[in-house]
Design a protein around this ligand. Structure first.
Ligand code: GLV
Ligand code: MN
Ligand code: MN
Length: 411
């Protein structure tokens, strides 16, 4: 059985997918349920149909494209990733796992392989937190990590998740999204590393053994607005300056754990009313904190709470801290890790085990299925930027390792 990825086709299809973007190339921005997301979904569904996959969409828009196996009573296995892209992103984050997953299935089909277990290619809704403020929305719901009430509580520009998914054509009840543990016999996700290790060490494949624990929170500072000329400095309660102090305290807290694995980012700062001659009366920070070690991650969260209390007292502002998520890390399942490693060795590829510092839908799929991840190098480790790049050859190698792994798991 010779399984070979069609590198040219991978490149063409990733290029076409990148053209569905709200920002001009090379940047890609594709916000879930936006016009570009819906057009990208239509394009992908055409590709799925061409490969004779049976497509099913759940009420939140998670899309399942099934290659039917011969053993009807056996639990299926699955692969997949996401196609939404944060503002000003690149073209490879997530999409490599969807187009690569599809090409892995097509390569197996071309080789004459007939799976015992069905193989699902899953495209998850809103892995990125851009629209609803929480990452991995689709896979969180699938795994039962998120309650269906979020349909009414998560909002974007004044419209609820339920309103927006219905407008995008996804009806039905969110309560029907979760899959039971055991619904899949295995889940394997192909993804770019989004870090520098594979590129630096000139390796072909990273075999992921664990996924770091992410947390995010929103901090709202209420101060006192006023005229930028008339209010004396000594009388001010500037919400932005209080928020700035908190942001610096967050950086210090992440550095203070002493572990290079602790990272904290204040990626959003919104100031109200946002006028040059008006003292900010309110500031909002959205903060992301991660570590593979839960104790370090939680030490930073505790330090952030203390910093907010301190700033409140010193600057005469009020600070509200709203946790968004604080998820535990995930361990990849040994049988999947072994299957990926065997595929690398059989193909003579240079590989190593590694931890994923980024989160992925695999973090939540691991709650309902034995899960593993295949990383491929991306140039200089750059990601979440327009100059994100993975070579067609690297994507081809990852796709072939995925195909071998799926073949081994599907029997
Ligand atoms: C995923 O996009 C992440 O932020 O890790
Ligand atoms: Mn991403
Ligand atoms: Mn991703």
């Amino acid at each position: 059985m010779s399984v070979t990825a069609d590198i040219q086709r991978l490149r063409t299809e990733l290029g076409k997918l990148a053209s569905f973007s709200e920002t001009p190339a090379p940047a890609v921005t594709r916000v879930v349920f936006g016009d570009m997301d819906l057009r990208a979904r239509d394009y992908l569904k055409t590709l799925f149909a061409e490969a004779s996959l049976v497509v099913h969409e759940d009420p939140v828009g998670n899309t399942f494209a099934r290659w039917l196996g011969r053993g009807k009573s056996l639990s299926p296995i699955a692969t997949g990733s996401h196609c939404d892209a944060i503002p000003n992103a690149g073209r490879f984050d997530g999409t490599v796992g969807v187009i690569g997953g599809l090409e892995a299935i097509r390569a197996l089909q071309r080789s004459g392989f007939e799976p015992q277990r069905s193989i699902d290619l899953v495209m998850f809704t809103a892995e990125e937190p851009t629209r609803f403020g929480i990452g991995c929305l689709g896979s969180r719901l699938i795994s039962g990590a998120l309650d269906s009430s979020v349909g009414d509580t998560l909002t974007s520009e004044g419209r609820t998740l339920n309103e927006l998914r219905l407008a995008a054509g996804f009806s039905g009840r969110l309560i029907d999204v979760p899959l039971s543990p055991g619904a899949y016999g295995a889940f394997v996700e192909l993804h770019i590393e989004q870090g520098p290790i594979l590129d630096r060490e000139q390796l072909d494949i990273g075999v992921v053994t664990a996924i770091a624990a992410p947390a995010s929170l929103r901090i709202i500072v209420d101060g006192e607005g006023g005229h930028a000329g008339a209010v004396m400095m000594s009388d001010r309660h500037d919400a932005f300056l209080a928020a700035a102090e908190i942001a610096l305290a967050i950086e210090a807290a992440a550095r203070a754990t002493g572990s290079p694995d602790t990272v904290a980012t204040t990626g959003v700062c919104e100031v109200f009313p946002g006028a040059i001659n008006s003292i900010p009366s309110q500031a909002r920070l959205d903060v992301d904190v991660r570590d593979v070690d839960l104790r370090c991650r939680d030490a930073v969260l505790a330090a952030i709470t203390a910093a907010c209390d301190g700033v409140e007292g010193r600057r005469g502002v009020t600070v509200r801290l709203e946790p968004i998520n604080a998820d535990p890390p995930a361990r990849c399942a040994s049988p999947i890790v072994n299957a990926i490693t065997t595929a690398c060795e059989t193909r003579g590829l240079r590989h190593r085990t590694m931890v994923s510092r980024a989160y992925h839908d695999s973090l939540f799929m691991s709650r309902i299925a034995p899960t593993g991840m295949i990383f491929i190098p991306c140039r200089d480790g750059i990601s979440h930027r327009p100059d994100e790049y993975a070579s067609p050859e690297a994507i081809g190698r990852g796709t072939e390792v995925l195909a071998d792994t799926l073949a081994a798991l599907a029997g």
